[in-house]
Ligand binder design. Structure first.
Ligand SMILES: [Zn+2]
Length: 179
């Protein structure tokens, strides 16, 4: 559904409570009123890709001092380096000029409590085993190292000399580098 900025969102006008998506549409209408096209290129200014967990407490732009247009951000559950992460990294480097990779996991990650039993339970429930691994982990630092290794050993990437990994502390806001 397309909602033009100068028209109110249909659901918001109805008597029922607006959903979160209705609120997004309204917020976007306000955003677009002051939005100015900076004429930015699709190539990230800082030539960097950040791979991070999707955790809702992680504000990457604020935590890393990023501005709009600075970086590619790839996020998934855990910030793990899957085949699809490598797909995006490959496009980021080969088509859009990035050179550095920063990996960010964090304390209190939802994946820390999961095991691969999650897949078996899913299979029992729906009768189909997912093709993807859960990529759960018990050792945060070890998983950051594993992710760095996956990036550094990928045959598809052009630039593997500047790959660094961190754990973000959700209580202090500080990054701790994993070496
Ligand atoms: Zn997480």
């Amino acid at each position: 559904m397309t909602v033009t900025p100068d028209r109110p969102a249909p659901s918001a006008a109805a008597s029922s409570e607006p959903t979160i998506t209705d609120r997004f549409v309204e917020a976007n209408r306000v955003y677009a009123q002051t939005f100015r096209d900076g004429g930015m290129d699709a190539r990230p200014v800082q030539k960097v890709t950040v791979v991070a967990c999707m955790d809702a407490r992680l504000d990457l732009f604020a935590a890393l001092g990023l501005d709009l247009g600075d970086a590619h951000i790839i996020r998934n559950a855990g910030g793990v380096v899957t085949d699809d992460t490598i797909r995006s990294l490959t496009i980021s480097q080969r088509a859009l000029g990035t050179r550095s990779v920063v990996l960010i996991h964090h304390t209190g990650c939802g994946l820390l409590g999961l095991t691969e039993d999650f897949r078996r339970e899913l299979e029992l429930e729906v009768g189909q085993r997912p093709q993807w691994a859960v990529e759960s982990f018990v050792d945060l630092d070890g998983d950051v190292r594993q992710s760095m290794t996956r990036v550094r050993t990928s045959p598809f990437l052009l630039h593997k000399d500047d790959v660094r990994g961190f754990v973000f502390d959700v209580h202090t806001g500080l990054l701790r580098e994993i070496v």
